[in-house]
Every structure is written in structure tokens, then in C-alpha cells.
Design a protein around this ligand. Structure first.
Ligand SMILES: NC(=O)C1=CN([C@@H]2O[C@H](COP(=O)(O)OP(=O)(O)OC[C@H]3O[C@@H](n4cnc5c(N)ncnc54)[C@H](O)[C@@H]3O)[C@@H](O)[C@H]2O)[C@@H](O)CC1
Ligand SMILES: Nc1ncnc2c1ncn2[C@@H]1O[C@H](COP(=O)(O)OP(=O)(O)O)[C@@H](O)[C@H]1O
Ligand SMILES: [K+]
Length: 508
């Protein structure tokens, strides 16, 4: 079942330990019986969301069939109490208990409310599995904060039999994910909506687990959770970071970006990267590249100045071939020697990693690396940590963080979800882009947008995250301009929609 996605809201994602500590502190201050009150609030949130999702998916609530997948812990307790509330709204509820024990009060209450309860054998029998085939709604209460990654029987078989037509609401997290790392090492639930309780968990922002969560709804339980290092920016957050020219601004004070991009083989990359920077509102752009690429850039963007000069930041490497017989690698090395903020994309990553230009100290306020998964794998190999692209895709945060720690730089790892990570683990996760953005040249546009922000004085972590938001939003706008629910886009269409995306972020 596919529900419409929200415009990704701002959210901070917390570790299990942080949520447990906040929960413990909150409970310590409450009178006896209050833990149950917390579960009642959680169950109400789950039931309200589930009823809404059920109506969205089937057009109604009463008379529909819901199956609760119930584990041994409080996550199962939440699901059982949500089932009690759904019974009151006329939903036919079946609770499938995956363990020998289940939350006692929740189990008693759901029975009294008229739900059918089945204790599932391991492996499950045909009778155990039958209710799933007829389910309009499945509530996943197998495991939450207490879950070890992956699922055991009979949970695995239950999850396997969830029909594609059912709407799936996960309690707290989709069961089976690694809650802190965001890895998916085994079987797991694929949810349409996740109602996360007290505070969002790290797996809800970290791929690949974040893709198992569907739409995320954070339900506040009044906990005081300390600020989390992992966050997602929304439009307002991007707007607050974006450098807006003051009334008396001039092009130099707004920030001049130098760009070393393109090669004889890839002149188009130079055009796309310069487009990204120009459309993002850089004060001035100086382009450095071979003659053919320079001609192409000037014809697309007459406002670009050719040749090196005084700049506030550099965007380096898009479309550069480090092995080509041209001056681009030397221009990249000289830009790196300037000590100015530098974005390193594509070919510049190789030039930098191979040479003496590694910065062992904390360079996260100066250097922004923008690899995709394949480039990150080769960069890690050069740094003495051999990895395949598939390893990076399985644990993207871990590998982006390893690269940040090894290099001292801020690392932006491109993908369906773009992660921006500093050596000390401060991170942003942006997932605004439609899959249409997976098109050649899109990364060059991103480099231009992020470079423009560095030239405007924005620190690499914020520049990377804000650029990823604007880039993803511009892709959505470009795709919608094709009509209907959205159509194919070219990288140049993305650049053309950057001003509209920035304007959205700046809208009050
Ligand atoms: N943290 C909070 O503030 C609140 C938590 N609540 C709920 O309580 C949950 C945490 O409850 P618990 O600590 O009881 O833990 P869980 O309910 O997440 O898991 C408990 C048990 O599941 C079993 N289990 C673990 N991994 C498994 C696997 N891979 N396959 C099969 N079984 C597995 C184990 O026996 C484990 O003890 C939260 O996720 C949330 O749903 C809510 O009731 C309200 C407040
Ligand atoms: N499945 C996807 N959904 C949304 N965005 C994606 C997806 N795959 C890639 N992207 C984005 O598209 C861009 C591709 O950049 P990159 O891999 O550098 O390609 P190129 O080198 O051709 O420009 C990145 O910004 C990335 O985050
Ligand atoms: K769950």
C-alpha cells in the first residue's frame, strides 16, 4: 500500500540510549501508575494514525479488518492497546502473538474489547497466517527500542505474509531494523507509516532503514531529549541558513566562487556545475577550464567570468578527469593550497586523496567532499580502508563518518537520501528528491549550488544540507512542471528550478 508522502518535515533523530535515558528521567518524576499513562498516550497516537491511514487506503474504518503483530515487550503493548481503540471504532481486530508472553494488561484489554487472539506457533501454521491474507490494516508491534536487528521466527513468516494491499503502521520503528545504525541486516517490516514515540529514532533518518519507515509521524510524550547530532532540515531551516543579500550588498561581498570543472571529455559538467552556482545566487562566478568547456560555459552563462582571480571559496572537480593531459589537476591543487573553503567533487576527490593535500587536522569547517557511493568506496580504499560500493550502500552513515574521521573533512554522500557528516558525528539527512533525480549530471548541479553557499560564508555541514534540500526540491518542481504527478527531468531542468526552490525556502 502506498500513502502520499508529506513534504519531509524537520526532525531530530535520537539514539536508543538517549531515548531510554529521557524516558527514565521522565518516569522518575511521575507518580505510580504513570508508565501506563505513557503507554495509553502512545496507543492513542498509534490508533488515531492507523484509523486515518485505513480511511485513506480503503475509504472507511468500521467493518475493516486489522491484524496486530504483537511481540513480547512494550512495543507489543502499544499495539494491543491501539487495537482496543480500533475495536471501539468498529474495526475487526485479530492479535497475532509472536512470543510466549505479551503485555498482560494490553492482552486482557484487547480480549475484553472483542478482538480475536491467536498465539502463533513457530513456524506458523496456515491457521496462524490466515488472518493476514484478509487484513486491510497491519499494526507492527513486534519489536521497538528493545529489538535486536533482524527478526526471528515466527515473526519472520508473519512479516513475509503481510499482503501488499494492506496499509502497514509500525509502532515506534519498523521491526527488524538496526535502530541506531539504520542498517537492515535481516528480515524487517516495510511500513507505510511509522508512529515514533517520544522522539524520532536514528533509523528513521538513516538509510537503508529509513526507506522501511514510510511516512514518519513523531508523537511527543513530553520527554526532555537533549539536542541530537543527527537532523533533517526542512524549508524553514534552509531559509534560515541561506545567505540573502542585504540592501547595500555588492557582488564581491556576497561571495565570489571559483570553479575548476569540466574537461575536453566532459565539457557539459562545467555547464551544469556553473548553472547550479549561478542559479543558487552566487555573487560572482570565476570559471577555470579548458577552452572548449570555457566556450560552452560562456555561451550558456554570459555572466560567468573566465579565468582564476580573487575568490572566497572553490568548487572543484565536477567533470574533471585526473588522468587527462590538461591543466585541471594543477588548478585543483593550487586552489586547495589557497586555504579557502573548497568543495571536492568527482575528479578532485582523486587529485586530493592521491596527493599531499590531505588535511589530517579538523578541516570540517573548510572542506566539503561530495562523493556518491562508488566514489566514497574508492576514496576509503585510497585512505587504507578497502570497501566495495555495496558496503557503502549497506551502511552509508558509517562509511561517510569513517571518511570524515580519516580526512577531517565534512562528507556529503549522495544518494536517494543524501547524508552530510562531520568527523565528530554531527549529521544531516535530506530525502526531498524524487527518484527522477538519479540522472547524469545532477551531481554537477549540486556541486554548483553547494559551492555558491560556501562562497556565501556558510559552513560545509550547513552548505551541504541546504544545497541537498534545494537540489531535491528543485528536482520535484522540475518533475511536476512536466505535468501530472511528475515526469522525467534532465539535470539542466533541475538547475533551472533552483531559484524557485530557494524562494520556497525563504518564504515566510
Ligand atoms: N520509550 C518510551 O518512552 C516508551 C516506549 N513505549 C514502547 O516500548 C517499546 C520498548 O519496549 P521494550 O523495552 O519492552 O522492548 P521491545 O518491545 O522493543 O522488545 C522486547 C522484546 O522483544 C524480543 N526481541 C528482541 N529482538 C527481537 C527480534 N529480532 N525478533 C524477535 N523478538 C525480539 C526480546 O525478547 C525483547 O526483550 C518502545 O519501542 C515503544 O513502542 C511506549 O509504550 C511508550 C513510552
Ligand atoms: N534514487 C534517487 N532518488 C533521488 N535522488 C537521487 C537518487 N539517486 C541519486 N540521486 C541524486 O542525484 C544526484 C546524482 O549525482 P551523481 O551520482 O554525482 O551523478 P552525476 O555524476 O551524473 O552528476 C545526487 O544529488 C544524488 O543525491
Ligand atoms: K515495531
Amino acid at each position: 500500500m502506498q500513502l502520499e508522502q508529506d513534504r519531509r518535515p524537520a526532525v531530530a533523530a535520537h539514539s536508543v540510549a538517549a531515548v531510554r535515558a529521557a524516558e527514565g528521567a521522565a518516569l522518575a518524576g511521575l507518580p505510580p501508575g504513570a508508565p501506563d499513562a505513557l503507554m495509553q498516550q502512545a496507543a492513542t497516537a498509534v490508533a488515531v494514525t492507523a484509523a486515518r491511514a485505513l480511511r485513506e487506503a480503503t475509504g472507511g474504518i468500521a467493518g475493516r479488518a486489522a491484524v496486530l503483530l504483537v511481540g513480547s515487550g512494550d512495543n507489543g503493548g502499544d499495539a494491543l492497546w491501539a487495537g482496543v481503540r480500533l475495536r471501539r471504532r468498529g474495526v475487526a481486530v485479530t492479535a497475532l502473538l509472536s512470543a510466549d508472553t505479551a503485555h498482560p494488561a494490553g492482552l486482557a484489554a484487547v480480549r475484553v474489547a472483542g478482538a480475536r487472539v491467536l498465539r502463533v506457533s513457530s513456524p506458523p501454521s496456515a491457521t496462524d497466517l490466515a488472518p493476514l491474507a484478509a487484513a486491510d490494516l497491519v499494526i507492527d508491534g513486534l519489536v521497538g527500542l528493545g529489538g535486536r536487528p533482524g527478526l526471528r521466527e515466527p515473526a519472520t513468516s508473519l512479516v513475509d505474509r503481510i499482503p501488499a494491499s494492506a496499509v502497514v503502521v509500525a509502532v515506534d520503528v519498523p521491526s527488524g531494523v538496526d535502530v541506531d545504525s539504520g542498517a537492515l541486516p535481516g528480515p524487517h517490516v516495510q511500513a507505510d507509516v511509522t508512529v515514533t514515540l517520544g522522539a524520532a529514532k536514528r533509523c528513521l533518518l538513516l538509510p537503508p532503514a529509513s526507506t522501511a519507515a514510510g511516512r514518519v509521524e513523531v508523537f511527543d510524550l513530553g520527554f526532555d531529549v537533549p539536542p541530537a547530532p543527527l537532523r533533517r532540515l526542512d524549508a524553514a531551516g534552509v531559509g534560515a541558513l541561506w545567505p540573502v543579500p542585504a540592501p547595500g550588498a555588492d557582488k564581491y561581498r556576497r561571495g565570489v566562487l571559483g570553479m575548476v570543472a569540466g574537461s575536453a571529455g566532459y565539457p557539459g559538467a562545467a555547464v551544469l556545475a556553473t548553472s547550479g552556482a549561478v542559479r543558487a545566487g552566487v555573487g560572482m562566478l570565476r570559471y577555470v577550464g579548458p577552452d572548449d568547456a570555457t566556450r560552452a560555459v560562456r555561451s550558456a552563462h554570459p555572466e560567468v567570468v573566465a579565468g582564476a582571480g580573487r575568490v572566497q571559496a572553490w568548487a572543484l572537480g565536477s567533470g574533471v578527469n585526473p588522468d587527462a593531459d590538461d591543466d585541471q589537476p594543477a588548478a585543483i591543487r593550487s586552489a586547495l593550497d589557497s586555504g579557502l573553503p573548497c568543495l571536492l567533487d568527482a575528479g578532485a576527490l582523486e587529485v586530493w586523496a592521491a596527493g599531499v593535500h590531505r588535511d589530517p587536522d579538523d578541516a570540517s569547517d573548510r572542506l566539503l567532499l561530495t562523493p556518491h557511493a562508488g566514489e566514497l568506496a574508492s576514496l576509503l580504499g585510497t585512505l587504507g580502508l578497502p570497501r566495495e560500493r555495496a558496503d557503502v550502500e549497506e551502511r552509508p552513515f558509517e562509511h561517510a563518518h569513517a571518511a570524515a574521521e580519516l580526512t577531517g573533512a565534512c562528507v556529503l554522500l549522495k544518494g536517494a537520501t543524501t547524508l552530510v557528516v562531520t568527523p565528530d558525528g554531527e549529521a544531516r539527512s535530506q530525502a526531498e528528491a524524487p527518484a527522477w533525480l538519479a540522472t547524469a549530471g545532477a551531481g554537477d548541479v549540486l556541486a554548483g549550488v553547494a559551492g555558491a553557499l560556501l562562497a556565501g560564508g556558510v559552513r560545509p555541514l550547513d552548505a551541504g544540507a541546504a544545497a541537498a534540500w534545494v537540489h531535491g526540491r528543485a528536482a520535484t518542481l522540475a518533475s511536476r512542471a512536466a505535468g501530472g504527478g511528475g515526469g522525467p527531468i534532465a539535470a539542466s531542468d533541475v538547475a533551472a528550478h533552483v531559484p524557485a526552490a530557494v524562494a520556497e525556502a525563504l518564504a515566510p
